[in-house]
Design a protein around this ligand. Structure first.
Ligand code: SAH
Length: 233
């Protein structure tokens, strides 16, 4: 099977791989467990100055990425028949969830478009079938960090990337719950001990305690997850 393939369209290709070049993701990239291409939208800019943006129709502040320029960059980056999902990073998009991350990681890869300025001309979103994805209810200055967040979340789920297969399954959201608390050495730190059950060696009790803690934390912090049942909006 060919490795999971990410293609990013950005005005700042030098930002990549950036944080994805370190730790788990960096090692996976080095091993070829996934590939990452950053395509420069400006290479398709217009005129001597390679213009990529223009004033918003109807007036108002800021600039808008041109549909023709972005479409040319997308068409050049995609081979015919490329069936990977095409994602437009956008605060207006559907909020990213662990479920969507899992779906994306199980596929062939993803194409990610990073906006800048006020955003992109609506027509390219429609014309190229871009799926808008948000990483949260706040506004970034560009889509690059959002793309990195999405890629990092996907890449750690690729086969062989995480050390222990099970370390992906017990985490926050995977069972519809937030994760239980962790402890390690020293046994006592600044007068604080470790919950005795974790030192008991009784795996049944430990499992039950962790489940209780996960439920308690989820009820206290994210009752919306419990109400949904499966941990996904
Ligand atoms: N005027 C736009 C915001 C533009 S921010 C609006 O109000 O909707 C510039 C770019 O940053 C966007 O095109 C998008 O690619 C990226 N971006 C900003 N916030 C984001 C978020 N929460 N999730 C994903 N991408 C985001």
């Amino acid at each position: 099977m060919s490795p999971w393939r990410a293609s990013v369209l950005t005005l700042f290709p030098a930002m990549f791989p950036g944080p994805l070049g370190f730790s788990l993701a960096g090692e996976a990239l080095g091993r070829g467990s996934f590939s990452l291409e950053a395509h420069d939208i400006r290479a398709h800019g217009l005129g001597r100055h390679r213009a990529v943006d223009d004033a918003p129709a109807g007036g108002g502040a800021g600039m808008v990425l041109r549909a023709d320029v972005l479409a040319a960059a997308l068409d050049a980056a995609l081979a015919p028949g490329d069936a990977r999902p095409r994602l437009m990073m956008s605060p207006r998009g559907r909020p990213l969830t662990q479920r969507r991350v899992r779906e994306l990681a199980a596929g062939e890869g993803a194409v990610l478009v990073c906006g800048r300025f006020e955003g992109v001309d609506e027509r390219v979103i429609e014309g190229r079938g871009l799926e808008e994805v948000s990483i949260g209810d706040y506004v970034l200055s560009g889509g690059e960090l959002a793309a990195m967040v999405l890629l990092d979340a996907c890449v750690r789920l690729l086969p062989g990337v995480m050390g222990k297969a099970e370390s992906g399954e017990e985490e926050s959201f995977e069972g519809g719950l937030l994760e239980y608390p962790h402890y390690t050495r020293p046994r006592e730190w600044e007068g604080r001990g470790i919950p005795p059950v974790l030192l008991s060696g009784d795996h049944g009790r430990i499992k039950a305690w962790r489940r209780e803690e996960a439920l308690r934390l989820t009820a206290a912090r994210r009752p919306d997850l419990l109400a949904r049942g499966d941990g996904e909006p």
